[in-house]
Ligand binder design. Structure first.
Ligand SMILES: Cc1ncc(COP(=O)(O)O)c(C=O)c1O
Length: 383
């Protein structure tokens, strides 16, 4: 039973099917002049158009990358190197993904000016500090749309408007929300946006950066003139075709699936909150349809994950990217939790394979596991 869809999703068989042709038959290089190359180029541009249409962008504004991590690096470093140390000032939310935060920390070490924007106890960006920093010549603001750990969804339209009123560009990491919530880059006023395929039933190892043509960046990877000169390297056609297929399916299925997932999510939350000393980490309404982020007093999230796994339920204690670190999650600390509270967190992220029966089973097992662990936890007896 897979409840870790925020970490990655299973590849949809229809996506896999669409990709196979580009491994087996149409394997040309999209830059080649021959017929194989032309087929690959056609598939590349058709995929670009499909994904760009879904977000209401021009195809020339979409650059394919090897991951969302790379797309975030490209916009942040590309902007910093383009603007230069004297002019560049980047502001990021304290609950952005590690691939944003570690990139700006690296830039900071190189002498670039970086500001960190606080959030409230639900993870919503605090507006006053944003306004303050915008008045200090910030050139680019980056705020994650749907947070990968707690699932809080920001009002990016309002944030983008504030950025533009102060002459700043607005970037958002929409990896967790793209394909779950409608995103129209024109309507919202997004200047650049990071997405990937593997959180929406597409393949791993392919991402994209939407970038408005007014936002100039310096490329990070030099070579051929691929991707409008912004990202050199032979395009990964099978994965890009799979990405576009995943987007096409999301376009058709997202709304109905979202309603179903919200129902399952709310059922799981109601059941979990019946367990004593259990709390919800996320905003009660401004949240992703598939994310359940809880915390349990006197327990370690990792122990719950291991016990659930033994019962056949795959969950996680937070972001998959920071599970190797023993430090409490930076997101949970940023929303004001104490380190011990942050360590007691559990993330259950739902996906289209989950049934109502699975959710009932998970609710029952969760109650059992928590009771059992509390019975043996030294933390229970210390409090
Ligand atoms: C919000 C967010 N941004 C970026 C990433 C990184 O994505 P990728 O695995 O494509 O590098 C993730 C994946 O965990 C994510 O959840």
């Amino acid at each position: 039973m897979y409840l870790d869809n925020a970490a990655t999703t299973p590849t949809d068989p229809r996506v896999l099917e669409a990709m196979l042709q580009y491994f087996a038959d149409s394997y040309g290089n999209a830059s080649s002049m021959n017929s194989f190359g032309k087929d690959a180029k056609e598939a590349l541009e058709e995929s670009r158009r499909k994904i760009a249409d879904f977000m209401n962008a021009d195809p020339e504004e979409l650059i394919f990358t090897g991951s969302a991590t790379e797309a975030n690096n490209l916009i942040l470093k590309g902007h910093a190197f383009g603007a230069g140390k004297r002019h560049c000032h980047i502001a990021v939310s304290t609950i952005d993904h590690d691939c944003v935060l570690n990139t700006v920390k690296w830039l900071e070490k190189q002498g670039f000016r970086i500001s960190y924007l606080p959030v409230d106890s639900y993870g919503l960006l605090r507006i006053d500090p944003l306004q303050k920093v915008l008045e200090e010549d910030v050139t680019l603001v980056s705020v994650v749309h749907g947070n990968n750990e707690i699932g809080t969804v920001q009002n990016i339209k309002k944030i983008a408007k504030m950025c533009h009123e102060n002459g700043s560009f607005f970037h958002t990491d929409a990896v967790q929300s793209f394909g779950k919530l409608p995103i129209d880059v024109e309507l919202i006023g997004i200047d650049s946006m990071t997405i990937n395929a593997h959180k929406m039933y597409g393949p791993k190892g392919v991402g994209a950066l939407y970038i408005d043509r007014t936002l100039k960046i310096t490329p990070l990877i030099h070579g051929g003139s691929h991707e409008f000169g912004k990202r050199a390297g032979t395009e990964n056609i099978p994965s890009i075709v799979g990405f576009a297929k995943a987007v096409e399916l999301r376009e058709r299925e997202m709304d109905a699936e979202g309603v179903r997932l919200c129902r399952l999510r709310d059922r799981l939350i109601r059941a979990a909150l019946e367990i004593e000393d259990t709390y919800l980490n996320v905003h009660p309404t401004k949240r992703l349809p598939n994310n359940v982020s809880l915390r349990f007093s006197h327990l370690e999230g990792e122990a719950i994950v291991l016990d659930l796994d033994a019962e056949g339920i795959a969950a996680s204690s937070g972001s998959a990217c920071s599970t190797k670190s023993n430090d409490p999650s930076h997101v949970l600390l940023a929303i004001g939790l104490r380190p011990q509270e942050a360590r007691g967190s559990l993330r259950l992220s739902l996906g289209k394979k989950n049934s109502a029966e699975e959710i009932e089973f998970t609710a029952q097992q969760l109650a059992k596991v928590v009771e059992r662990l509390r019975g043996i936890s030294p933390l229970t007896h210390l409090s």
